[in-house]
Structure formats: C-alpha cells, structure tokens
Write a protein that binds this ligand. Structure first.
Ligand SMILES: NC(=O)N[C@@H](CC(=O)O)C(=O)O
Ligand SMILES: [Zn+2]
Ligand SMILES: [Zn+2]
Length: 430
C-alpha cells in the first residue's frame, strides 16, 4: 500500500510549512516539499490542513471486561480515533482486574480483533487492586503489560510501594501511581475547598495527593525505578514533583485536559458531570498545573477517559461514580483554551499530547520523519463545532464540556498506514 499525503501543514525545522508525506506499507518513507508522485495507490489531498504525529493517551479506561455498558475496546478505540489518538493505554480496573499474565494476553488478543488504534494494557500492582498481594510482575511483563498501576486507588502502604518499586525495577517496568492517601481523602467527593463547604459536601484535600507523591519520590529515588504520577491536580503536587526532579529522581507526570481547563468555580451545584478523582481544584491549583506543564515539571497530557452511564452520573456528587470522558474532546478543547489563548504554541501542545508520552514510555510514534510508523492525524484548525455527546463514538456521554463551542477538530486518523477515521467519509472507516 503506497500513499501520498499532499500539501499538509507540518512542523519542520521550526515552522509550519506545506509538506508532502509518503507512506509505504505503514512506514513514513519521505517527508518533503512537492515529492514526486505517480506510483501511489492513493493520494490524500490535505489542502493545507495540519498534519500531526498521532496523539498518544496513556491513561484511558476501556471498561472491558466487566462494564461493557460503559465502554468496550471497540467503542473506546473508535472514540480515540475520532479524537486523533493513534495509541492509547488501558487501565486495569476492569472486572476481573487485569492482574495476571493470562488476562493481559486476553486483552491484547481482543484488541487485536476489535480495536482500530494501537492499544496497550496495564497490569495491576496488587491482586484485584486490593492492596494486599503483589501480582507477578515478571509474568505480566512477559505477557506485554505496558506498565504497572492500581489506578483508581492509591497504594496505601509505603512498605508495599517500596516492595513494588524494587520488583518493578528488577523486571524493567514503570510504576504508575494514582496518588491518594485514603486516611486524608476519607470519603470525600469534591476538592476540599470553597465549593465543597458551600454545598456541604465532604472534601478531598490536595495533601491526600501530594503526600503520596512526596513519599513515592523518596522511594523512587532509593530504587531507581521509573515512577510516573497520574492526573496531577494540585499546586502542592506540582511543587513536590519539581523538587524531586531537581534532585534527579527518575520520575514523570501527567495532567488531564479537565484539570487544565476547569476549577471548582466551574461546578454548577450538585452536578456529577463535574465529579472526578482527583477533583477539580482551586484557580491557584490550576495555574500551578499550567506553570508545571510549561516548565516541564509535568511531562505530558493524558485524558483519564473514564466512561460512566448517564443514569449513574445523575445521582449527584454523593452517589455518582468518579470520572469523565475525554478522548473525543481533548484536542479541540486544549487547542481552543490553551493555544488560541496564546498560552501554548501548537507545537508545544503536540509535544505534550504525542512526542512526550511516546518518549516517557518508549513508544514508537510521536514524530513525523522517515522511517517512523505511519501513525498520523490531520486536524482542521479552522473547524468550529459544538460538543455533542450524542454524537460520540464512546458509549458514554459523561463530559462536562457538552455544548462548548470548540475550534480545531481532528478530521482524519491513520494508524500504521491504515486510515481508520475520515470525517469526509462519514467517520470511522472499516
Ligand atoms: N478518574 C476517575 O475519576 N475515575 C477513574 C479511576 C481513576 O482514574 O482514578 C475510573 O475508573 O472511573
Ligand atoms: Zn486515578
Ligand atoms: Zn484513571
């Protein structure tokens, strides 16, 4: 299969310039101005739209097996393709929990049949995410586990985290942490701030997150493991990561689009479409996240796409599950709110949604150059659209961005040389 993408805006040697990109059998074979044509099977006329390395999201909940009414590998990977993502990594908090080599293999087998983008799978740190017995890291690694995490819950015991890091270091897997000290977060449902007191709801203080980060940074320093912090939400956490990185700790961190865009002030009363863990925090916290993203303290953006059915999200802050979806809105949301406002350049945003996650986790992709895998996304930076959850490929609609007018939508996604999403052809292809 030989394909030419013609006249796309690509970032090359410091500027966005019209470029042709040739793809042969899933690999980018030339990148340049007005490449010779003639022998290709297909020409894609980009007409000045912007070509990005496929977006990469290492924090996604696909819900299969166990909660297929919320999302499946098929639906979640289609949502990813529509959002411009070519690689995602799925969390193990399924039912059963992905905590054995056989279950990891079964996930890859299913994804091989049903996914339209590259999907990796995490293995759990503890059996059943119960925080008791460590899983068999060596076996998980051999089965292809992407990294290790108990996302959804924090590892409560420091001693257990140390043991996990020592073992993870031996087998060569990254430890990915949902940082939350339950003894501080105690049944909270919203940031322990102004909004929670006004609504009379129990709070989750920023220290519940930062305390784990401080603790884990010490343990990571001692063990030398690659330690990655999920969904950083507070100023105290950003400062803890900044200090640890200055000491030379081998750690990385991610932030979600919703924590970069929203604060507790945006929560319109008891509406659980704004309920997620960690919670939306104060304006000061949000500023610290932005500063951390700019100075490299926070390495990249991950959505924490967490689908839940509408009925469950109608139960209000006390009764609804934590989590919001993000795959189909992340790019236009951040382009509109961070790039069009002048906070980040487009190339900085692309680095944080593709190049940096690839680099942190040793994934192929994240670049457009000769020899790279043809994982590519075309975005129409002029296109303005209203977020309509009813039109999502995701099975769930739990987004706080319903009705938002956003600019800069992905229109075409290629994974390994195959077009998997083409807006002009009606969406997901094949
Ligand atoms: N982020 C959330 O609010 N929810 C996630 C769990 C998690 O990421 O901690 C979920 O699985 O629903
Ligand atoms: Zn989490
Ligand atoms: Zn998560």
């Amino acid at each position: 299969m030989r394909l030419m993408i013609r006249q796309a805006k690509c970032y090359r040697s410091g500027e966005w310039i019209l470029t042709d990109v040739r793809v042969d059998d899933g690999i980018i074979t030339s990148v340049g101005d007005r490449l010779p044509t003639g022998d290709e099977d297909e020409i894609v006329e980009a007409n000045g739209k912007t070509l990005l390395p496929g977006l990469i999201d290492v924090h996604v909940h696909l819900r299969e097996p166990g909660f297929e009414e919320k999302e499946t590998i098929a639906s979640g990977s289609r949502a990813a393709a529509r959002g411009g993502f070519t690689t995602i990594a799925a969390m193990p908090n399924t039912e059963p929990v992905t905590d054995t080599a056989d279950l990891v293999r079964e996930q890859y087998r299913k994804a091989g049949k049903e996914a339209v983008v590259n999907v990796h799978f995490y293995g759990a740190i503890t059996e059943g995410l119960r925080g008791e017995e460590l899983t068999d890291f060596q076996a998980l690694k051999e089965a292809g586990a992407f990294a290790l995490t108990d996302d959804g819950v924090g590892i409560q015991s420091a001693g257990q985290m140390l043991a996990a890091m020592e073992r993870a270091k031996e087998v060569g897997l990254t430890v990915v942490a949902h940082c939350e000290d339950n003894s501080l977060a105690d049944r909270g449902v919203m940031h322990d701030g102004e909004k929670a007191s006004r609504l009379g709801l129990p709070g989750i203080p920023a220290e519940a997150e930062a305390a784990h980060i401080v603790r884990d940074a010490l343990l990571a320093e001692r063990t030398g493991v690659h330690y990655h912090v999920c969904h950083v939400s507070s100023a105290a956490s950003v400062q803890a990561i900044r200090e640890a990185k200055q000491r030379g700790v081998h750690m990385t961190a991610e932030v979600t689009p919703h924590h970069l865009v929203l604060t507790e002030d945006d929560i319109p009363g008891d509406n659980a479409l704004y309920k997620m863990n960690p919670p939306l925090r104060s304006a000061r916290d949000r500023s610290a996240l932005m500063a951390g993203l700019l100075d490299g303290t926070i390495d990249f953006i991950a959505t924490d796409h967490a689908p839940h059915e509408t009925a469950a999200k109608r139960r209000g802050f006390r009764g609804a599950p934590f989590g919001v979806i993000g795959l189909e809105t992340a790019f236009p949301l951040l382009y509109t709110r961070l790039v069009l406002t002048g906070f980040l350049t487009l190339e900085q945003l692309v680095k944080r949604m593709s190049t940096a996650p690839a680099a942190c986790f040793g994934l192929p992709g994240g670049v457009i150059c000769e020899g790279a895998q043809a994982d590519l996304t075309l975005v129409d930076l002029e296109r303005e659209e209203t977020v309509d959850p009813a039109a999502f490929y995701s099975k769930s609609e739990n987004t706080p961005f319903c009705g938002w007018r956003l600019t800069g939508w992905p229109v075409w996604t290629m994974v390994g040389g195959q077009v998997v999403y083409d807006e002009a052809q009606g969406g997901i292809t094949g």
